[in-house]
Ligand binder design. Structure first.
Ligand code: NAP
Ligand code: MN
Length: 267
């Protein structure tokens, strides 16, 4: 049976030749066919680039359920397991037997402005910030308990997948993606005679919701998710939780998250 594959790539000098090589391989194969667009019948997405490329793919294609295999071009690639030279062997194996898929949980924000509610989805994180150059003041609750009046640059809520990205730069912990949790990491929290905020990350179970209420009238809030930025006026409440959307990333035998962490951060 013919298998349908969609190729997504960034347009660097490293990625484009790999895309062409994969196409040449398809034209010599009776079992593989390229889909020009992603459809219900697509069996596999090949993503060529870095982690940022995978983030662009999932936002552009609205969090597809089709399994994704990443080909890493010039980055360490937490989501990418294949080196460019390994693609053809991978495809031969995949046609025969499929491959191990790792599910990634995603995060959602619901933002209420007056009567209107907007939902945003992310794989790495949700960042809640105020106007550039201003402190944001947020009332923060976890589940049904009020926990703090936060003042500072903002709060970042990370998934395990996002823990190695912006979360880590802010001093948050690296989390094994096999765990299901949310990590709330403060961005420049203020602590003085007027304001008191937690200074370390808080770890929540995945079935909890974090609620934030801006403590100023006509509040401007900027939400950043996976590098995409969304401004909101008159924000009343923001709720952040796990979402039902799951990503399916193909994991190659020998893949080891902790080895990638060591290679990327300690060399
Ligand atoms: P970018 O500004 O071009 O690059 C951000 C960097 O983060 C890239 O090196 C990217 O890797 C890396 N990255 C992305 N997801 C990662 C993950 N899950 N684990 C480890 N590293 C990861 O933006 P982008 O490439 O579109 O990525 C968006 C992400 O940038 C956001 O989700 C946020 O986490 C991160 N970010 C980080 C900082 C910071 O560390 N100070 C500030 C803002 C945003 P590749 O080179 O492989 O693409
Ligand atoms: Mn990038």
């Amino acid at each position: 049976m013919v298998k349908h594959v969609f190729i997504y790539s960034n347009d660097t000098e490293f990625s484009l030749p790999i895309k062409e090589k994969i196409r040449a391989f398809f034209s010599n194969s009776s079992s593989l066919e390229e889909d020009a667009v992603l459809t219900q019948d697509t069996d596999l997405i090949i993503c060529i680039g870095g982690d940022g490329t995978l983030l662009h793919l999932i936002h552009e294609l609205n969090f597809p359920e089709t399994p994704i295999v990443g080909v890493n071009t010039g980055h360490l690639g937490f989501f990418q397991d294949l080196q460019p030279t390994e693609v053809e062997d991978f495809l031969k194996r995949w046609i025969q037997s499929g491959q191990h898929v790792q599910l990634y949980s995603t995060i959602q924000s619901q933002i209420w402005t007056g009567d209107k509610m907007t939902t945003l989805y992310g794989l790495n994180e949700m960042v809640i910030r105020g106007r550039t150059g201003s402190v944001i003041h947020l009332g923060v609750s976890i589940g049904s308990s009020f926990i703090e009046h936060f003042s500072g640059d903002g709060l970042l809520v990370s998934t395990p997948a996002g823990s190695t990205a912006y979360n880590y730069s802010l001093g948050g912990s690296i989390v094994d993606p096999r765990l299901e949790l949310l990590q709330v990491t403060p961005i420049a929290p203020m602590n003085n005679n007027s304001y008191r905020s937690f200074t370390s990350s808080l770890i929540l179970p995945s079935d909890y919701t974090l609620r934030m209420e801006p403590e100023e009238p006509h509040s401007f809030v900027q939400i950043e998710t996976d590098g995409f930025v969304y401004p909101f006026q008159n924000v009343k409440t923001i709720r952040i939780s796990y979402s039902k959307k799951k990503l399916r990333c193909i994991r190659i035998l020998g893949h080891d998250f902790w080895k990638k962490v060591k290679d990327k951060y300690l060399g």
